[in-house]
Design a protein. Structure first.
Length: 611
């Protein structure tokens, strides 16, 4: 009899557990500003059940959709201490329950310090950086298997590989890591890219586990480094479980089904744009395999807000980079961004706004004087400086100065800083995972790399370095994305060249690394570079001179983009040189006399700490 009762109990338990296949978020935290939390319960015909919750917690709303497999239950967790709540589900045939935990929150979590202009951000693609755990190169639950011989395949890099080489990144002088997305991407191919996510509460098993990601943040914090998560609000992947069984027809933008974005982000603010063009930018799909999320649907928007806050709290994150920011529903994404910064007032978020005009990029930054004209505020603290990136891509091949050629392009870029609400909070970069490789563009001309790095390390904004540039890595975008996302040498067992180690670097790699290390480590403690005022002078003869200065310090930067050595008459810069008589060049280590003129070699730079 007891055995029969045990079997029946076991079968009933199995039946009960099968009622709920997904619960998102999987738990929440006490003491949150966002105390009303909407829990998604997913299971076969779950909506046919009534629902209650234990411990006098108030259910403020229950939302059912046209899909009976979803139930959205909102509870108020205000003044609810850390504990395990029990949700009770009942229908005419049976009842079952599901535990939901309210976890203790990290002390002072809301006031976490984020990344800013004092940081240097290191961008890496985890699949291509280092393979720290070969056992997870493939997963039985995920379609694409590891195959390092396939340029566009999964190569096995993972979270453990990043942890294993944190000392390398720290030695280089970077203080923050932006990793391309790590959540699950179950596409049949090209999944290493990870922007077509299939589960946004789960780290991709080929990178590791949620706990591994949390451990990465902890290991970085031990080194006073910051972890920035790449967040995708605009789309998911076609393999996402919610795309395969949609909660509502309008969870994704429908035309019906797929329609291609026109990519014309200007339609978001163009007063003359047709409604059709604006719709196809904002609602069109980025590519056919990435269904476009509808942030104007309150359920979708709330889901994305909760997911973003959950990851910050769970993994102890220090910032977000948001993919394809300006393709989102502009009102929805503003609400998403504001909700996060309301919860974390000092949290920095940088958005990808891939545009080629300063006014258009400024539109998307918080408190933009441009967007104010249309009474719009994105609440996005930072945007990526793509116009500066455009200049980096050709200036150093322009040996002869012209009205629009040579270093005047840098000067003209910074003259438009008045358009930004906060130019110090722009992300500046030579390249990233989607652009041409800097060292490829300039055919590994080390002198040109030095010029680019000098400007990036001394200009206003937050510098971002793409993995491998610091050892001279190149790659031809014309050959495909895989070529600009090559494996870091030394990240895999059996690699004959280990650039992570000083003893393993070639002479050429060491030359790049040593220069990068010198300039980035010097920058670390230079408040005058982080927040000092910028004063620059109109370039002459392809030489660009600018000063970073505050009440305590002045740094003079000289960029000679011409191939020939030149002499500068220093009287022209007297308003910044003032009574200084010499400068310590941090690149050469020499002391430079500043009495009358300054000699500088062709295609070279100086960073002078004035004395």
């Amino acid at each position: 009899m007891k055995k029969l009762l045990y079997i029946l109990t076991t079968l009933f338990t199995i039946s009960i557990s099968a009622q709920i296949d997904k619960m998102e978020p999987p738990f929440w935290f006490e003491g949150m500003n966002k105390s009303e939390i909407q829990i998604l319960f997913y299971g076969k015909n779950i909506a046919q059940n009534s629902v209650s919750v234990s411990n006098n917690v108030v259910i403020t709303n229950v939302t059912k959709t046209e899909n009976p497999n979803y139930l959205f239950v909102t509870i108020d967790t205000k003044n609810v201490a850390a504990q395990t709540l029990k949700f009770q589900f009942k229908n005419v045939k049976k009842s079952f329950s599901k535990d939901f935990e309210i976890k203790k929150r990290k002390e002072n979590s809301a006031n976490r310090k984020s990344f800013d202009a004092s940081d240097v951000m290191y961008l890496l693609m985890p699949d291509r950086f280092a393979n720290g755990d070969e056992s997870n190169d493939s997963s039985s639950k995920l379609q694409e298997k590891g195959n390092r011989n396939l340029p566009g395949g999964r190569h096995g890099g993972d979270i453990q590989g990043i942890i294993d080489h944190l000392d390398y990144i720290q030695e280089l002088g970077a203080t923050a890591i932006w990793s391309t997305p790590l959540c699950e991407d179950n596409d049949k191919g090209y999944s290493y890219h990870t922007y077509g996510q299939s589960d946004v509460y789960q780290i991709d098993a080929r990178y590791g586990t949620n706990e591994d990601y949390k451990r990465l943040a902890a290991e970085m914090h031990k080194r006073d480094m910051k972890l920035i998560k790449d967040y995708v609000t605009n789309h998911w992947g076609a393999e996402h479980w919610m795309f395969k069984d949609m909660p509502t027809y309008d969870w994704f933008h429908q035309f019906p089904g797929y329609a291609q974005s026109n990519y014309r982000m200007t339609t978001q603010f163009d007063p003359n744009a047709s409604e059709r063009d604006a719709k196809y930018c904002m609602d069109g799909w980025f590519v056919p395999s990435m269904p476009d999320l509808n942030q104007s649907n309150p359920l979708v928007l709330n889901y994305l807000i909760q997911n973003a806050i959950w990851w910050i709290e769970y993994a102890d994150l220090d910032g977000y980079r948001v993919d394809t920011y300006s393709y989102n529903d502009k009102d929805g994404i503003a609400k998403w961004t504001k909700a996060i910064t309301d919860e974390y007032p000092y949290f920095n978020i940088v958005g990808e706004v891939w545009m080629h005009d300063q006014a258009q990029m400024s539109y998307w930054q918080k408190d933009s004087p441009i967007a104010k004209i249309q009474s719009y505020n994105s609440y996005l603290p930072s945007v990526m400086d793509f116009t500066l990136h455009d200049a980096f891509g050709n200036v150093f091949n322009e040996d002869k100065a012209g009205w629009n050629d040579g270093v005047i392009k840098f000067y003209d870029n910074f003259t438009n800083d008045f358009l930004y609400a906060n130019p110090n909070n722009l992300l500046i970069f030579l390249e990233n995972h989607d652009t041409g490789r800097f060292n490829q563009i300039y055919k590994n001309d080390f002198a040109k790399y030095q010029l680019g790095m000098t400007i990036m390390a001394t200009m206003r904004g937050i510098p971002q370095l793409y993995y491998g540039s610091e050892i001279g890595m190149a790659g031809d975008k014309g050959k495909g994305d895989a070529d600009i996302r090559q494996d870091f040498p030394g990240g895999w067992k059996g690699d004959t060249n280990n650039a992570f180690s000083a003893s393993g670097r070639t002479a050429e790699q060491a030359k790049y690394f040593d220069f990068s290390k010198k300039i980035l480590n010097w920058r670390k403690n230079k408040a005058v570079i982080h927040t000092g005022k910028l004063t620059h002078y109109i370039p002459e003869n392809n030489v660009y001179v600018y000063f970073r200065h505050n009440d305590k310090e002045t740094v003079m930067v000289v960029i000679n983009n011409a191939p020939d050595a030149q002499k500068l008459n220093l009287s022209r810069f007297q308003e910044n040189i003032k009574s200084f008589t010499s400068g310590n060049d941090i690149l050469s280590g020499e002391t430079i006399d500043l009495k009358t003129e300054l000699a500088i070699d062709g295609k070279s730079s100086m960073i002078l700490e004035l004395k």
